[in-house]
Write a protein that binds this ligand. Structure first.
Ligand code: GCB
Length: 589
């Protein structure tokens, strides 16, 4: 055991402090796409740890002596853990784990051979909800907070030749200071629910490689950031365009701008190019589309032309898998949006899996990607801000080259207080600083005093998101008429949510709540009004599929939000699906 006094840990309530020091964030992130990786997905041992005994007793220090040879009693044994497959959410693995919120220890072994001197070994974790601490061969190597973004840890000095032990403590307690906080309208799945891998990189490697079409669409800029402050030259090649450029690197950074003579990317023609970045022995190969996006007046312009965004919101939620997102699931989702005649999805309310934007690039869909600054965040807490900004920067670092992503969302339905204005305007600035090429938006509430689309945050945004539920949470649509006539937002408005619950198969005439009929009529009434409003540049229906949420417990809901156009089986369509498809088809573009 770690401690000399076997009971010392019972009295130390400060047990978590030592691990705060090693938290990593966006600056440590290393993109994995386009590089060979050694997957660590598959079998891991999982032990739930409701009382944080793992940190209190330092379970990571225990050796693997068989129980028959223990000199002291123990409370943890790797082999006693449940054999689980990663990625997964523990909530869907065993009925008795459904509502578990706490810490859990994942353990596995990996055979590894160290490379030549200087080579780096980087551990990448696609996502762990909410926080994670990583231990290699008994040593703490670092941790992360933020449940939906990836992180990287340099484990070069911790790995040895032969068998290595990896332990990851993941913890998903809901808490007022987190992002999101404890009150959310979705299910709080826990676990290592995205891919995990190890990657070998040369001593100096590419930390960031970006290709961006500049406003106007005539020039493209390539930029490269290295892992250290070297002065050297990187190389960018796009073989299909006959482009081969040197990028001078000074102090680890460099960029070059050149005329763009390729085809633009758009939902109708999602043209992607192979772009190869290299520097020394490191190399990244990406499929990248080139397009421009801007807000002008109350319009959104894609490649210089006005576009109406027609689409849906979607949660990362699956009956069998929880928050695990498979490629097949994402493709099915996009096919549904295309069948609706849509071109747009809002990925609510947190960063979705990395492959979502890649598949959207390929299939030609536009995305609103956001961080979970949702409802009553602790806006006056500097640590909460740091966490939110880090999640935003990790999301941007991961998806910077995705043409499909047109907007960074910095929040959802947050009351217009001074603390919220300071917090979210700062986030909007951070988004712009990190990525000047995309729109910044937030899903806002209505100003109930003036009854208008007005929010003090709007001056910091390119696009105002409006969540409104006239006809559902408010009995009729007269408020919507009043609101639309009374507003002069001066910027494009995307109706970032509107919708009504319907239990699949429940029918009734008139405004009978939870019927498919009322949900369908709701969309007729809503879209007719919204489509006639010039400043409405987009509509994202709330939402594509019914999803789990413990806040909803009537006989109609039974633990689900029923505002899906399709039931939670992702197959059974409600009447509203075809109705909305018809309404989208009529809406001018
Ligand atoms: C909202 C929230 C969303 C909820 C939705 C609802 O405004 O942004 O997360 O799930 O309403 O169904 O009430």
């Amino acid at each position: 055991m770690a401690a000399e006094d076997p009971f010392q840990h019972l009295h130390d309530e400060d047990y978590a402090r030592p691990y705060l020091a090693g938290l990593v964030g966006a600056e440590a992130y290393v993109p994995i796409h386009g590089r060979p990786v050694f997957s660590l997905d598959g079998d891991w041992r999982l032990t739930l740890d409701l009382f944080d005994e793992g940190l209190r007793q330092k379970w990571f220090l225990l050796d693997e002596t068989p129980p028959s040879q223990w000199s002291h009693p123990r409370d943890y044994e790797i082999e006693a853990g449940e054999l689980v497959s990663v990625p997964s959410c523990w909530n869907v693995l065993k009925p008795e784990w459904t509502y578990f919120e706490g810490a859990a220890w994942y353990t596995r072994h990996v055979d590894w051979q160290r490379g030549p001197a200087g080579e780096r070994s980087i551990l990448n974790i696609g996502a762990a909800n909410y926080s994670a601490l990583v231990f290699v061969n008994g040593s703490y190597v670092g941790g992360h907070r933020g449940g939906s973004t990836p992180f990287s840890l340099d484990v070069t000095d911790n790995l040895r030749d032969g068998r290595n032990r990896l332990q990851i403590m993941v913890e998903n307690r809901r808490s007022p200071n987190r992002v999101p906080m404890q009150h959310i309208d979705w299910f709080n799945y826990g676990g290592l629910y995205r891919d995990i891998s190890l990657m070998r990189l040369p001593a100096v490697f590419i930390r960031q490689a970006q290709a961006m079409l500049l406003p106007g669409g005539r020039e493209v800029r390539f930029s490269v950031v290295l892992s250290d402050a070297s002065n050297t030259t990187a190389q960018v090649d796009i073989p299909e365009l006959g482009l081969s450029l040197s990028v001078p690197i000074r102090n680890g950074k460099g960029e070059v701008t050149t005329p763009f003579a390729g085809q633009l990317w758009s939902p109708d023609a999602p043209r992607l190019y192979d772009v190869q970045f290299s520097c020394g022995a490191d190399r990244i190969s990406e499929r990248i589309g080139f397009r421009t996006i801007e807000a002008r007046g109350t319009d959104i312009l894609l490649n210089g032309e006005t576009i109406r965004l027609k689409g849906v919101c979607v949660h990362e939620d699956d009956l069998a898998l929880g928050k695990v997102s498979t490629e097949a699931d994402v493709r099915r989702r996009f096919h549904h949006v295309k069948e609706l005649g849509g071109n747009f999805l809002r990925l609510s309310h947190y960063p979705h899996h990395e492959h979502v934007a890649r598949i959207a690039d390929e299939m030609g869909l536009l995305l609103w990607a956001e961080i979970p600054v949702y409802w009553a965040i602790a806006f006056d807490n500097p640590e909460t801000y740091a966490d939110a900004e880090n999640q935003l920067r990790e999301l941007i670092a991961r998806d910077i080259n995705r043409a499909s992503v047109i907007l960074w969302g910095v929040g959802n339905e947050n009351a217009d207080t001074d603390a919220r204005l300071a917090f979210m305007s700062r986030l909007a600035q951070a988004a712009r600083r990190t990525d000047p090429t995309r729109l910044v938006g937030a899903a806002c509430l209505i100003n109930r005093e003036t009854f208008a689309i007005e929010d003090r945050l709007a001056e910091h945004l390119d696009v105002i998101g409006l969540n409104e539920y006239f006809g559902w949470y408010e009995p009729d649509f007269s408020g919507l008429d009043r609101l639309l006539a009374n507003s002069n937002p001066g910027k494009p408005v995307i109706v970032s949510e509107t919708g009504a619950d319907a239990l699949s198969g429940h029918r009734g005439a008139g405004r009978v709540l939870f019927t498919e009929d009322w949900q369908a009529e709701f969309y007729r009434q809503q879209v007719r009004r919204l489509a006639a409003t010039p400043y409405v540049a987009g509509i994202a229906a709330w939402l594509l599929y019914d999803f789990r949420t413990e806040r909803r417990q009537t006989g109609f809901q039974k633990g689900f939000n029923r505002k899906g156009l399709i039931a939670e089986d992702k197959t059974t369509r409600k009447l509203a699906f075809a109705v909305l498809a018809g309404l989208f088809a009529e809406w001018r573009t």
